[in-house]
Design a protein around this ligand. Structure first.
Ligand SMILES: Cc1cc2nc3c(=O)[nH]c(=O)nc-3n(C[C@H](O)[C@H](O)[C@H](O)COP(=O)(O)OP(=O)(O)OC[C@H]3O[C@@H](n4cnc5c(N)ncnc54)[C@H](O)[C@@H]3O)c2cc1C
Length: 490
């Protein structure tokens, strides 16, 4: 009898401890505690916060946490910082092989450039743009694509409808809006087929969406599209040059800002450190890379969902977070710079911008150096064309690009002095760009998991931004947000 009493009081004490443990785990957002102990992290270097990814989000978070007196490490799988921004050289000029433009409303990125003394300059737009859509070819000035005059009324109406719907999107939690379920059940394409009759309008919207997302209208949830537009101040702001997302460029390239942030962080940025696993317990996270382990009180993952899903998590991620990461593929994109001995299209009164549904390559823009006499174009294979061309031999791609440009600028386009491309879609550490593009049904079922921390792991990266999601500015904002949230927990 006494033995049974001793036994039951020991069980009671064990279950009290278990209950306390569960409460601690619950407080950390964990439902079960893994058998990971500090001991398992023996040999791991210790910091306050371990950050995964040295793109703009990770570097911004690290700087802000460090400025608040916290210790950090940024683990980057690649042999360089910058993530979806990257330096390249074309005809002796340093250029951006990834993200490059900034708009006036992208104030966090502009503030960073100001801090580092990197100037911006306007995208060249003197002269006429060319458009060739649904068999109608025209030259025009300004921001509104000059479709066949018969289609212009409907085009304005469709853009107006998109702006009204995006302005009404419930931000920053679009999945909570009254129309969310209905909008998330559609693709942009299914909505377009119901809301635009003219082939020219349909084709123009398809091209513009492709240029913004590097994905097809049939692949993107309408709700995601509206939320994305809302986060950037409207669809018109996303597609515009002057005053919009393509307004200006950075002198010497935006990649420099990542390099400068990394320089300030010094040894806190570790390159060639691919995070393979993150284990967490009631007191911290153990982040293991191919070259060693780090222990932190909190972890911040800035890799986009499709890359974050390649990390092993212990305990396993909640079903909603794991489901999200399986359903947010990156768009397909190949970016190309083509240099010429002079910007000959300017002599024809052209800005260099061409929007055509008869080419695989495009759109392309003037990207001539600010000083000097050479000329340069920058353009993209986006969405379907990027998918079709990514696995082709580079010479075949180059041939396609030059022939596409020559259709509009003449044979001079066939003789560049330099040609450089980045096939983002075939880069294993990035898997595409510009941004993740969920299809229908994803945001309403899995959306909250984009931001919800899992225990001691917090999520950042441009995909999580409340403003300018998908852009470098959004990445900076997400880094600032996560640093504030995690900083307050330390
Ligand atoms: C071709 C192209 C053109 C673009 N044009 C523009 C533009 O003109 N203007 C604009 O504002 N935006 C543009 N963008 C988008 C912009 O570049 C991105 O929104 C932004 O750079 C994302 O920053 P991030 O820090 O959120 O993510 P990322 O830059 O993707 O950083 C995530 C980092 O995590 C690393 N990582 C992934 N997995 C692991 C792992 N397991 N362990 C360690 N590290 C890991 C990656 O290597 C990467 O460095 C463009 C993108 C592309 C590809």
């Amino acid at each position: 009898m006494r033995n049974r009493q001793r036994q039951s009081s020991r069980e009671a004490s064990l279950s009290r401890r278990a209950a306390l443990g569960m409460a601690a785990a619950g407080a950390a957002g964990l439902t079960t505690l893994p058998a990971v102990s500090q001991a398992a992290a023996t040999g791991a270097r210790t910091v306050d916060v371990v950050i995964v990814g040295a793109g703009f989000a990770g570097l911004t978070a690290a700087r802000q946490l460090r400025a608040a007196g916290r210790s950090v490490v940024v683990l980057e799988a690649d042999d360089r910082v910058g993530g979806r921004t990257k330096a390249g050289t074309v005809a002796g000029e340093t250029v951006d092989l990834g993200g490059q433009w900034v708009g006036p409303a992208q104030t966090r990125l502009l503030a960073l450039a100001k801090e580092f003394g990197v100037a911006t300059y306007p995208q060249y737009d003197k002269g006429q743009n060319l458009i060739d859509i649904a068999g109608h070819r025209a030259a025009y000035e300004g921001e509104t694509p000059a479709l066949d005059p018969a289609a212009m009324g409907e085009f304005a109406e469709v853009i107006g409808k998109i702006e009204t719907l995006s302005a009404a999107t419930s931000m920053p939690r679009p999945w909570e809006g009254a129309a969310a379920a209905e909008q998330d059940a559609q693709t942009i394409e299914s909505w377009l087929l119901l809301n635009a009759k003219s082939p020219a309008v349909r084709s123009a919207i398809r091209l513009l969406v492709r240029a913004v997302f590097s994905a097809e209208t049939s692949q993107i949830s309408l709700l995601y599209f509206l939320a994305y537009a809302s986060a950037g101040g409207g669809f018109s702001a996303l597609i515009a040059t002057r005053g919009g997302a393509q307004d200006s460029l950075f002198d010497g390239g935006v990649w420099q800002l990542a390099a400068r942030m990394a320089k300030d962080l010094g040894a806190a940025v570790v390159l060639n450190a691919k995070v393979e696993s993150i284990a967490q317990d009631g007191t911290g996270v153990t982040v293991t890379t191919n070259t060693g382990a780090w222990r932190g009180r909190y972890g911040v993952v800035t890799a986009p969902p499709a890359l974050a899903s390649r990390i092993d998590y212990t305990p396993a991620l909640p079903a909603r977070r794991d489901g999200l990461t399986q359903r947010m593929p990156l768009g397909c994109v190949i970016k190309t710079h083509i240099a010429y001995s002079r910007p000959f299209w300017r002599e024809q009164g052209l800005t260099g911008l061409v929007l055509s549904d008869r080419t695989e390559f495009g759109p392309w823009f003037d990207h001539s150096p600010r000083h000097g006499t050479t000329g340069s174009l920058v353009g993209f294979f986006d969405g379907g064309p990027a998918q079709r061309w990514a696995d082709q031999p580079p010479e075949a791609r180059r041939d396609r690009v030059l022939k596409d440009i020559a259709q509009y600028f003449g044979d001079a386009a066939l003789s560049p002095i330099d040609y450089v491309e980045e096939v983002w879609t075939r880069t294993p550490l990035h898997r595409g760009g510009y941004v993740s593009v969920p299809g229908p049904g994803v945001l309403t079922a899995f959306g909250p998991a984009l931001l919800e921390p899992v225990g001691r792991i917090h999520w950042a990266g441009t995909e999580t931004a409340e403003a300018w999601a998908g852009y470098i500015d959004g990445a900076v904002r997400s880094g600032e947000r996560v640093a504030e949230v995690v900083g307050a927990l330390l």
